[in-house]
Write a protein that binds this ligand. Structure first.
Ligand code: ZN
Length: 162
């Protein structure tokens, strides 16, 4: 079993310790320019129409669902979302997924996408990113607050041992 199974305990611990929630931010360097992505980021990057990023996020979601992926809603930390649809929409707009969508849009097909996240990557994004590496035949490297994750061929170098 992987450490993500500890998610619930971890969240409870955070709340017990009264840890202030910090927003997730993912950064990536594309064409020599550093870009920062926040959750639900709709900003215009490199002159890219935000709708293009939204379309790519939709495509990623559809491909994940076609693959049979079930979004793990236990990773939703917001209490203001009232439906399953809203929760899934939110999970699909975590900063690392937006950064991946942007990277897929603007990098050539064989290029690795390298990102950094200020917090630990959530369990949902970890599983989704593994699958996306297989679907798009791309390598993704995400350094999070704890370690490097190297996603390739549907696996992550951490815990999937490759
Ligand atoms: Zn996430």
């Amino acid at each position: 079993m992987c450490w993500f199974d500890d998610a619930e305990r971890w969240k409870v611990k955070m709340e017990t310790n009264n840890v202030k929630r910090i927003s997730g931010i993912t950064t990536g360097t594309f064409n020599g320019v550093i870009h920062t992505f926040n959750v639900n980021d709709q900003s215009n990057k490199l002159g890219r129409n935000p709708q293009d990023i939204e379309k790519k996020l939709d495509e990623m979601k559809s491909k994940l669902e076609l693959y049979g992926h079930k979004f793990d809603r236990s990773w939703v930390t917001r209490s203001d979302l009232t439906s399953e649809e809203e929760e899934i929409h939110h999970l699909c707009h975590h900063s690392e997924k937006i950064a991946l969508a942007f990277g897929l849009l603007i990098t050539p097909p064989n290029e690795k996408i390298i990102l950094a996240k200020n917090l630990r990557i959530c369990g949902e994004c970890h599983v989704s990113t593994k699958i996306l590496s297989q679907i798009y035949l791309r390598e993704f490297i995400i350094r999070d607050a704890n370690r490097f994750h190297h996603f390739k061929d549907g696996k992550c170098s951490y815990k999937d041992y490759f």
